[in-house]
Write a protein that binds this ligand. Structure first.
Ligand SMILES: *Cc1c(COP(=O)(O)O)cnc(C)c1O
Length: 394
């Protein structure tokens, strides 16, 4: 089996599993309890907080542990919106190809009277700091732009966007779920005020993540209850999960150069191989993309059929994000970069992991090439294209 769906989730590292099991076995007390055994759990929690903070250039008290990336996105956006409203600022800027954790939260705010501008991400899937600068108004309370896209892997000029926001006094949040552990992230260099991350995207456990909040930025809690997380996120902390996340993040950051230099050539080898398929196109910028991301459109086929047949060949891939697969709508990300519906339906995302070999990369190229050819063989859409009844787009 070749697992090429690391953007959906990653396998937990052995070190993260060991940390999780050891913490659950040995330090299962409640970190809010005052006796020694509880305080031992508290020590593990605070040690993890310091290490997570250290991995992104933050201070420990700027980290709030959450149940994952979605919760962190919700909390960041709703907090900045609440702060804005108090100052009479109810305009928010984001992009058209954010994760649904961001887009659906913004939809909710629109119903409450906020105005949302979704910036175009251009054909290459990258927006510019100037796009953001031009959209900022006197009543803008938040700019939220993802660090790297989960479907097409394109990397945004986060530091430049952050600089523009700071110049204009607007809060800047970035959904860094796909970047964390895969790219070098530094909250100071990147000029971010808030940042979301999720452990299961960097070989940590599912159901745990964190929100970085620069000190001085107001934050509202979504979950009422006890005074955990400095009163900003109630509920007994998932100590084993948090300890495992800290371990996974530390390991990923320590290996980040090796990760990129291992994966980038394999990524490019697969891209070059798949480009040879007629009437196909790479989605997103060829170079400014995550080291493990490959995303293609193949004209005349359905992405779902392709990925099911690849599954039979032992390759796990995706036709878009895990959240949209299962629905018949084409990916909002591919529509955002200008792919028309018919073309966007024939998409394939491969998000490879570090354990991939050159032989496996070649097997992927061969399998995708054969399967696309096979599916086109009985596709009425392809027949019409070949007969010249409808024009080729790609
Ligand atoms: C996976 C993902 C999320 C959601 O994170 P969860 O921990 O699964 O809630 C948010 N944003 C992006 C870009 C993602 O890839």
């Amino acid at each position: 089996m070749i697992y090429a769906d690391n953007a959906a989730t990653t396998r937990m590292s052995e070190a993260a599993i060991n940390t999780m099991v050891a913490t659950a076995n040995e330090t299962w007390g409640n970190p809010s309890s005052l006796y020694g055994f509880g305080q031992k759990a508290k020590e593990i929690l605070e040690d993890a907080r310091a290490r997570v903070a250290g991995a992104i250039g933050a201070e420990a008290r700027e980290i709030i542990f959450t149940s994952g990336g979605s919760e962190a996105d919700n909390q960041a956006i709703l907090s900045a919106a609440a702060t804005g409203k108090r100052k009479g600022k109810m305009h928010i800027i984001s992009s058209a190809f954010e994760h649904h954790a961001v887009l659906h939260t913004l939809k909710k705010l629109e119903k409450e009277g906020y105005e949302v501008t979704l910036l175009d991400v251009h054909e290459n899937g990258i927006l510019t700091a100037k796009d953001v600068a031009d959209a900022i108004r006197d009543d803008t309370c938040l700019v939220t732009i993802m660090y790297a896209n989960n479907e097409i892997g394109t990397i945004q000029p986060i530091s430049e966007i952050g600089a523009v926001c700071h110049e204009k006094g607007v809060i800047f949040h970035t959904d860094a779920v796909q970047a964390m552990g895969h790219l070098k992230v530094d909250v100071v260099r990147d000029n971010v005020d808030m940042l979301s991350a999720s452990a299961h995207k960097f070989h940590g456990p599912k159901g745990v993540g964190f929100l970085y909040v620069r000190k001085g930025i107001g934050i509202t809690n979504l979950i009422e209850g006890g005074a955990q997380e400095r009163g900003k996120r109630a509920g007994t902390e998932n100590v084993p999960g948090i300890a495992a996340m800290a371990k996974a993040l530390e390991d990923a950051v320590a290996n980040i150069d090796g990760y990129a230099s291992k994966l980038t050539p394999v990524r490019d080898r697969i891209i070059e191989g798949l480009k040879k398929i007629p009437h196909s196109a790479l989605n997103g910028d060829a170079k400014r993309r995550l080291p493990g991301n490959i995303n293609f459109c193949f004209e005349g086929i359905e992405g779902e059929s392709l990925l099911l047949m690849l599954d039979d060949k032992g390759i796990q891939a995706s036709s878009g994000s895990a959240c949209t697969s299962g629905s018949l709508d084409p990916s909002h990300v591919l529509l955002a970069i200008g792919r028309i519906h018919d073309v966007a339906h024939g998409s394939l995302r491969l998000s490879i992991g570090e354990d991939i070999t050159d032989e496996e990369a070649d097997y992927i190229i061969r399998s995708v090439t054969e399967t696309v050819e096979y599916l086109r063989g009985f596709s009425p859409v392809w027949r019409d294209l070949m007969a010249g009844k409808t024009p080729f787009i790609l």
